[in-house]
Structures are given as C-alpha cells and as structure tokens.
Design a protein around this ligand. Structure first.
Ligand SMILES: [Fe+2]
Length: 290
C-alpha cells in the first residue's frame, strides 16, 4: 500500500510503500498520477535497487519519452534514452557541480515535457549542497493581481535552446540542426490539473515576448520569476539515496543548488512529452524579429 505524506512545503508529497519500479501496478500508477495532479510533485522514496532500464521502462508508463538530443557521452548504451546528469568525466560531466538555473524542461519543443523524472543514483549528503528546487507556477499565477493577469494572459514567448548554448560553451554541439526554437504561451491551461498556470518564466531559454522589446519583456519576466520563486511557492528537495522525483513540468519551475565539487552526483533524467503541441516551431536565428 502506498502512503503519501505532504512535504510540508508549498508542493509535493513523499510516497513510501512502493516495493520497486518493476513491480508497480496500474493502481499504483493511478495513485501517483492523482497525487501529481493535486501536489504537482511526488518523491518515490527507497527505489535504491533500480537499474537504468528499470527507470526508463517505468518512465514510459507515463507517456511518450522526449528524445531531443542524447549525445553518447551523456548516456549509457543500455538505455540511451536516459540523460545522465553527473559530474563524472566518464558520463561527460553534463552538469558539473555548479548551480543550474531555474527552468521548465523542453519549453522550446512543440510538445513540451508534461512530466519529468529524476532519479538520484548517487547524491551528496544534504549538507554538501545539490538540492533540487521547485516552484509552483499555478499557485503563483493565482496569487497575481487581476491587472497583471489581464496584462499577461494571451502573451506569447519566443524560447530558444540557442540562448543556453551561448551561455554554456561546452553545450555548443548540442545545437543540432535546426536549433529548436519555438513560440509558446506565457500563461497556459494545464489539462491534467484543470488549472491555469504561468509557464517557464525562467531565463535559460527565454528570448522575448512577441510584440514587446527584449528589455520590456525581460523586466516583466523578472517580475514574474521573482514572484513565482518566493518561499511560499517553493519546495527544495534534499536528496536521499534512491529517491525518484516525478513532477508536473508544465506547472512548475525547477533548478539546482551547486554542491561540493569533491562529491559525486549521478542522476538519471527523462522527460515525458505533452499530449498536445502548445509551441509553434521557429527555426530561425536567435534574436530575429518575429
Ligand atoms: Fe531540468
């Protein structure tokens, strides 16, 4: 029997009682998904014995996997769909040990990630850093003044991976051809939760709001971002070995604190595609007027 205990923060619950990923029943999956709708995030605790193929096969039960860019050095041949986030040279040192800026996964893809899954194979002790931080964008939207809601409802944002590539020079080859860029909503409906939500107000792939200058749209983005990442909308996850986090990626932002570089951190990550396309592709140069 599964037990779900609220994290005590703004979102999320901790699920205990799941024996393992390979033995999860349809009823277990339904319960987990019900808690994703109400809590936006579920931590499956104690999944220590999972293999990378167990993780991939479990993730597939939530929907279609996003396969955008999986270069060889960031994966394992036994499950090349899984992106390996680690500070290990053997796995390409994708994320190093520094902080990772707030974002929502795949917000530049036509079908963004509806869920994301992250499994901690090896994570530093909490006092060594490396917490994964989450913010509830539904609650943040609902708490906005009605004038702000009126101003932002219906606005569209150009988001591009190219912005990330400029920032992290070691990701240059991640561009692919064409570089994914897309125009999507600033506020959207989350069909699973039935609620409206802000959507990816992080800076990582944000270029600008259509019809607004880069400076004006950045000012508005920052205002929304600072509002949404206040402690009252947050949950900071301090990892235990064997935690698997599943979150609703449409209605949340996430980021990571840096950690002691002497520590090893190894995580497996997968994104589940949204059922519908909410982003129009734009294969043009970064900064081009649209
Ligand atoms: Fe992410």
């Amino acid at each position: 029997m599964l037990t779900f205990t609220p994290t005590g923060a703004a979102l999320g619950s901790i699920c205990t009682g799941l024996a393992g990923l390979t033995t999860a029943t349809e009823a277990d999956l339904e319960e987990i998904q019900a808690h994703l709708r109400s809590d936006l995030l579920v931590v499956l605790r104690g999944m220590n014995q999972s293999t990378i193929t167990d993780f991939r096969d479990f993730a597939r039960r939530f929907g279609e996997l996003n396969q955008y860019y999986r270069p060889g050095q960031w994966n394992d041949p036994s499950a090349p769909e899984v992106l390996i986030f680690s500070n290990l040279p053997h796995y390409g040192n994708l994320a190093g040990s520094g902080p990772l800026d707030w974002h929502s996964n795949n917000s530049y893809c036509q079908r963004v990630a509806q869920y994301a899954l992250l499994y901690g194979v090896r994570t530093p002790a909490p006092e060594r850093g490396g917490a994964t931080k989450f913010a509830d964008l539904q609650a943040a939207y609902e708490a906005l003044d009605s004038q702000v809601k009126e101003l932002i409802d219906g606005l569209e944002v150009l988001r591009s991976v190219k912005k990330t590539i400029y920032k992290y020079s070691d990701l240059k080859e991640a561009a692919g051809d064409p570089i994914p860029s897309g125009i999507g909503p600033l506020v959207r409906q989350n069909e699973r939760t039935g609620r409206r939500t802000l959507y990816d107000v992080g800076a990582t792939v944000w270029v600008h709001i259509l019809g607004m200058s880069v400076d004006d749209s950045e000012r508005l983005r920052k205002q929304l971002f600072e509002h949404a990442t206040q402690p009252r909308f947050r949950y900071d996850h301090r990892w235990q070995q064997g935690d698997l986090i599943i979150w609703d990626n449409v209605s949340t932002l996430h980021g990571r604190d840096g950690f002691d570089a002497a520590e090893t951190r190894l995580c497996w990550e997968l994104d589940i595609k949204d059922e519908v396309a909410t982003v129009r592709p734009l294969h043009s140069e970064f900064g081009e007027k649209v």
